[in-house]
Design a protein around this ligand. Structure first.
Ligand SMILES: Cc1ncc(COP(=O)(O)O)c(C=O)c1O
Length: 287
């Protein structure tokens, strides 16, 4: 089946989707993005991602491309036209097209908007989740505004490639204090050797993951206590369990860090249960 992309107001064959050579996203990575998991053809954690999009745009003084209602229609239509039942929908908004100059273009320059969607084989991702995955650690090299979901992702790209080369799914950034910030495209969690569920607080220079946010609400409902407190790679290696969260991975158990097993090297019961609870919640509330 041929794929369809939304590009600046038009639905076009994916292969023909193109933006201008002077798009500021291309020239300066001057743009933001969002990714929604698609479950049963619907957008999961919809409101959370819209809220974060609004915030990212506001932090960079980029005009919102359209109302939330209109954007919902575009996202859902892109999902529908690509016949995605299980997958991801990606939105990118840039500061638009203008002669190359670092400073902002003239007020009123239209922003660029693109949306793509693709299917994910959930059966294959379930198999991966049952086996658990590996992470490596890398030095934190990113800028100080990782709370903004910008398309400026080069350190994340390099970290992810290093992980891939090491046979790992994710790279965890480690800051100058020796503490894990987050993954290249996910938030990081452990159940430490004392049994405490821990993830880094969002005062730190990390992205406020929407999957993380929903999972925190699920945990509260389940009466699970969480400490929003950073941990070191050493603590992670000694931990009982570890996992990552993100729209792409949902809740993915981690069983190896830098080649060493976490706990007994097998997927633990808490991560497994949290994956199930998160997916139930996300499916149940998808828009
Ligand atoms: C750096 C980073 N941290 C965390 C996340 C997880 O965020 P979310 O749960 O909203 O997908 C992502 C997702 O892409 C990310 O890129």
């Amino acid at each position: 089946m041929s794929r369809i992309a939304y590009v600046n107001g038009r639905y076009v064959p994916h292969g023909q989707g193109a933006v201008h050579i002077e798009d500021r996203g291309f020239q300066f990575a001057d743009g933001v993005y969002e990714v929604w998991a698609v479950m049963g053809g619907r957008l999961s954690d919809a409101a959370g991602h819209f809220e974060r999009l609004d915030r990212s745009l506001a932090e960079l003084s980029i005009d919102p491309p359209m109302s939330r209602a209109a954007l919902t229609v575009v996202l859902k239509e892109t999902v529908r036209r690509n016949r995605v039942r299980e997958g991801l929908v990606y939105l990118q908004v840039t500061r638009g097209v203008a002669p190359r100059d670092h400073a902002f273009p003239a007020p009123g320059t239209p922003v660029s908007v693109i949306v793509t969607a693709h299917a994910i084989d959930r059966a294959a991702t379930e198999v991966r989740a049952e086996k658990g995955a590996a992470v490596i650690t890398v030095p934190e090299t990113r800028w100080a505004r990782c709370d903004i979901k910008t398309v400026s992702l080069l350190p994340n790209v390099l970290a992810k490639q290093q992980a891939r080369a090491a046979g790992a799914v994710e790279a965890w950034f480690v800051d100058e204090l020796g503490l894990v910030t987050e993954g290249a495209s996910s938030n990081a969690w452990i159940i430490d050797k004392h049994g405490a569920l821990r993830t880094r607080d969002t005062q730190a220079n990390i992205l406020r993951g929407i999957t993380r946010q929903t999972l925190l609400a699920v945990m509260a409902r389940e009466g699970l206590k969480v400490e929003e407190r950073p941990f070191s790679p050493e603590e992670a290696k000694e931990a009982r369990e570890a996992f990552i969260t993100g729209a792409g991975t949902l809740v993915l158990p981690i069983v190896r860090i830098n080649g060493q097993p976490v706990g007994d090297g097998k997927v633990g019961p808490v991560a497994k249960r949290l994956r199930r609870l998160y997916i139930e919640e996300a499916r149940g509330t998808a828009l």
